[in-house]
Design a protein. Structure first.
Length: 256
């Protein structure tokens, strides 16, 4: 497989993106946890507003739930934005060097994954002090994160390809991602909507986030039905994104 043969290039491009991101940065790796913390802060404000209106008090598990879901959501949106611009921002490589073009959105995801791991280490310390506890169900986490990365890669390749042919795609993606958080169970639990819960769980990212909350906060197995749905959705997105990307690849150089 070509991607395996060119894996060194994948690592080089990812490390290049990481170095550019933190070059001459005063805060350094602290920026890696800034966006998730902003999302958490926004979620807390929404929770407090809801608590005030409904009269229900907010406890530590609500805060932990928001933080646990905010990090993978942050990974998703930053990776999608980076993937969307991955071809157009590397026009010199696309037009002059032969390599599997899938490496460009792949390196964008890998660079954001580095930031994600920094933020996860910070969150782990916070959860320890919050006495969230650990359980055997945490062994589900690797599968859930792989599903999130697979889905992100599929959507990312599709959007990278679309943005190359239609440059306004990146602006549309920014708008959609800005409002998508309100339709994704990050600040809230899908179960609070009762019979409408499946509507929110149809969002593959939402189903994954709810599964992450289940294993980390609730100490229970993910819902098997929605886990199966997440697997099918993620693999389907990856296959569809790769097929579209691969079939359009021969036109990249002339359209860039």
């Amino acid at each position: 497989m070509e991607l395996v043969e060119y894996r060194q290039l994948l690592y080089i491009l990812a490390w290049r993106d990481i170095k550019i991101r933190y070059k001459q940065s005063v805060m350094g790796f602290m920026w890696a946890i800034l966006l998730p913390m902003v999302i958490v802060a926004a979620g807390l404000l929404m929770k407090l507003a809801f608590s005030f209106v409904s009269g229900k008090s907010m406890d530590s598990s609500d805060l932990a739930s928001i933080m646990v879901k905010a990090l993978p959501w942050s990974l998703f949106i930053t990776s999608i934005k980076s993937c969307t611009n991955s071809l157009t921002s590397n026009s010199n490589l696309v037009t002059k060097i032969f390599f599997p073009r899938e490496i460009l959105p792949g390196s964008a995801i890998l660079a954001n994954l580095f930031d994600f791991m920094v933020a996860v280490l910070t969150l782990s310390v916070i959860l320890v002090f919050m006495n969230t506890g650990i359980s055997i169900y945490l062994f589900w986490l690797p599968l859930l994160f792989v599903l999130l990365l697979i889905f992100t890669a599929g959507v990312g390749m599709l959007l990278a390809c679309a943005n190359l042919f239609f440059r306004d795609v990146k602006y549309i993606v920014d708008v959609i991602l800005t409002f998508a958080i309100f339709f994704t169970p990050v600040f809230y639990d899908a179960s609070m909507f009762g019979k409408w819960e499946p509507l929110f769980m149809l969002n593959p990212v939402g189903a994954i986030l709810e599964s992450i909350k289940a294993v980390v906060i609730l100490h229970q197995s993910p819902d098997m039905t929605w886990l199966a749905y997440s697997i099918v959705s993620s693999v389907s997105a990856l296959m569809f994104g790769w097929i579209v990307f691969h079939r359009a690849e021969f036109m990249f150089a002339e359209r860039i």
